[in-house]
Design a protein around this ligand. Sequence first.
Ligand code: SAM
Length: 280
Amino acid sequence: MTDLPSVRAMLEREGLWADKRLGQHFLLDLNVTRRIARFAGHASGDPAGGLDGVTVLEIGPGPGGLTRALLEAGARVIAIEKDARFLPILAEIGAWSGGRLEVINADALTVDEAALCGGGPASIVANLPYNVGTPLLVKWLKAGAWRGPMTLMFQKEVAQRVAAAPDTSAYGRLAVLAQAVTHARVVMTVPAAAFTPPPKVDSAVVQLTARPDPFADLDALETVTAAAFGQRRKMLRSALASLGDAEALLAAAAIAPTARAETVPVSGFLDLAQAWRARR
Ligand code: SAM
C-alpha cells in the first residue's frame, strides 16, 4: 500500500482548497493520522491498535488522510462526506485499499447510520468539522445498538467538556450526556499547526467506549441538565423551578436543594432524570 501520491500532492493535482464553511482543516501528516487510527483500534478492543475486521464509520474524510490510516490498519471504512469535490480522490483511495472503502456523499447530521452499516456494530472515527461536532456527538450518544466505540477529534475545549469531571468549569450538559452512556477520556492533543490550514485553536481526540450500564433515557437527561446548567450559578432548587416541584425532585434523587449543578456527579443527574420522568 505504498503506491499512492501524498494527500498534499492529490489536493494540488485536483486543485482543491479548504472550504471554511464546511469546517475543513486537513491532517496531512501520516504520523498524526496513524496515531488516531491506533487509538481507534484500542477502543475497538485490539491492544496493538489494529482494526482488522472492524467496520469504521468515518465522518468527513475530506481528502482522506485519516481514511488512509484507518484502511492501513485493516478497517473496512464507510465514509460520509458532504463535499462532493473529494469524491475522485476518495475513489482512488478506495481502489488502493482493495475495495474496503465505501463513500457516501451526504450530510452526516441526517444520514441513517444503522442502515448504512447494516445494523452494526461500527466504530465511529472522525476529525470532526467544528461547526457540527457537538450535534453529531449527541446524535450518536442517542443511537442504538449499531454504535460501537468512538474516537473523535474536536476543538480542545469541546473535547475537555465531553470528558470533564464534576467541580470543574468544563463540567456541564455535554459531560453528563456523554458519560451517561460511555467512558470518555481525552487521549491526544493536536496543536493547531498540525492542520492545513491551521484553525484558530488546538484540537484533542476523545475516546468514548460503552459503559456496561448505559442510561436509557437521554431525552429526560437532556431536559434536567438543560435546566440545571442553564443557570449553573444558582442553587438547584431555583435552577430546576421550570421542571415543577424542584424540592421534591431533588429529594427523590437524594441531592441537596442548595447544591449547584457543577457539583453533582453524573450518577446524581441520572437519578434526577429518573425522578423527573416518574412524575410525568
Ligand atoms: N478527515 C479529514 C482530515 O482529517 O484531514 C478532513 C477533516 S475536516 C476537519 C472535516 C470534514 O468534514 C471536511 O471534509 C468537510 O467537508 C466534512 N463535513 C463538514 N460538514 C459535514 C457534514 N455535515 N456531513 C459530512 N461531512 C461534513
